[in-house]
Design a protein. Structure first.
Length: 440
């Protein structure tokens, strides 16, 4: 199988980094990207500013690959998604162009001549990777290993409080009344002078509130309603000054200020049950019978989920709650996570019962919202070292993550406002689990 490439699924930040590490180790990568260019998912939120600084957004093997071209890593500042692409990811993709295929959507991965039930000789067979393009042309490729860096962007979580699309949500979406991404104040037309409901919490929702308040400031008649599933506590708006990623902490504080200034109507304990479409607007109902004022737009930002459908013929060991590799789930589960840092994860943590298959990057976190680009780069370094046979390097930890300044725990999910219990007590803020960060 050594003649086969290592297939990397996704040409985002982690997928491109994987290709750079594989080349540096003398292995042949083949990156398959369903979009028409690099970092296609990042491009869709290109207007959003990341809360990680430039030095935390560049993989070191990728920087070494780019260095001979005269490229230099930005040393400071917080780029937008578009700036991340232009300043780093697009040049990296250009250097890797012989190893990246676009318009190549992976629809299934298996073992050659073996379905999921067959043990005999399984690990001796190459992977088969089934790919289709936009025209529907099918192809089957073979690989010695598979690194799934496809992320979670294509599977946003629905508005329904039970994790299932609310009644009428699909119809409201089809009517163009529901979206699952952060509004862009540079393109206000859809929102200007209209009523928008934001459902969700976390960095994505904070960004949405900030963008919408910018639109409201420039366009009279714009109104914003923000619906949260939980009661407001001292930790509703994130870690604030306690967050060692200061830009992430600042997001929540700015969203809080918008509420205090009266620019946003905040509703708490609102668990969405259904949508009703009438006269070109959507009415959102809660499980306790409350109905919001008719909305011209509903922005749903309740997190993301991994797409496991194309891995159904492979043997996986995933946590039943997070859909993340079991060995890392206890570290990232927002129901039980303690305050402080999440430890770096490597090949041993990510390994699956299917040998030489690794889920990395955002996808490795399943439904957990706490992923950082730095985490993914360390995962990639370790996984590629393992594939290259450098077990010592694979086991080594070369990353110290910053304190989150937040802690998890579902302790306040059904508690009244003002109860500051949870996992860390009153002095520490709590991560709300209903949102997921768009940024890294």
């Amino acid at each position: 199988m050594t003649a086969h490439p290592v297939v990397v699924i996704g040409a985002g930040p982690q997928g491109l980094a994987a290709a750079a590490h594989l080349l540096e180790r003398g292995l042949t990568p083949l990156v398959l990207e369903q979009g028409v260019g690099p970092a296609a998912a990042v491009a869709e939120w290109g207007h959003v500013r990341l809360f990680s600084a430039w030095p935390e957004l560049v993989d070191q093997a990728s920087a070494r690959l780019l260095a001979p071209t005269g490229w230099t890593a930005p040393s400071s500042g917080y780029p937008t998604g578009a700036e991340w692409i232009a300043g780093y990811l697009a040049p990296l993709a250009t250097e890797l162009r012989d190893h990246v295929r676009y318009d190549a959507r992976v629809v299934a991965v298996s073992r050659k001549g073996r379905d999921r039930l067959v043990d005999a000789g399984r690990s001796e067979q190459p992977f088969t990777v089934h790919v289709t393009d936009a025209a529907g042309v099918e192809e089957r490729l073979e690989a010695r290993a598979v690194i799934d860096a496809s992320g979670t962007w294509r599977k946003p979580s629905p508005a329904g409080a039970d994790g299932i699309p609310a009644l009428g949500e699909a119809a409201a979406t089809a009517a163009g009344l529901v979206s699952y991404d952060v509004p862009d104040s540079a393109h206000p037309g859809r929102y200007a002078g209209k009523h928008t409901v934001v459902i969700g919490a976390g960095a994505s929702a904070f960004n949405a509130i900030i963008e919408l308040t910018r639109i409201a400031a420039a366009h009279p008649g714009t109104t914003i309603t923000w619906a949260l599933r939980r009661a407001v506590s001292g930790t509703t708006f994130g870690g604030g000054a306690a967050d060692q990623l200061p830009q992430r902490g600042a997001l929540g504080l700015r969203a809080k200020q918008a509420v205090e200034d009266g620019a946003v109507e905040l509703l708490t304990g609102f668990r969405t049950s259904r949508f009703a479409v009438s006269d070109g607007a959507a009415v959102v109902w809660s499980e306790d019978g409350r109905a919001l004022a008719p909305a011209d737009n509903v922005v749903v930002l309740t997190g993301f989920r991994p797409d496991l459908s194309f891995l159904s013929e492979l043997r996986l060991d995933l946590d039943p709650t997070l859909e993340a590799p079991r060995n890392i789930a206890v570290e990232i589960d927002p129901n039980i996570h303690s305050c402080g840092s999440v430890r770096a994860t490597g090949a041993a943590d990510l390994a699956q019962p299917e040998p030489d298959l690794y889920l990395v990057g955002m996808k490795s976190y399943g439904r957990a919202p706490t992923f950082l680009a730095l985490t993914g780069y360390e995962q990639i370094r370790s996984v590629v070292a393992e594939l290259a046979g450098d077990h010592e390097a694979a086991q080594r930890v070369e990353l110290e993550l910053p304190d989150t300044g937040v802690c998890g725990g579902a302790g306040l999910f059904d508690e009244p406002a003002g109860n500051e219990g949870g996992c860390c007590g009153a002095a520490e803020p709590e991560v709300l689990t209903i949102g997921a960060p768009v940024t890294s």
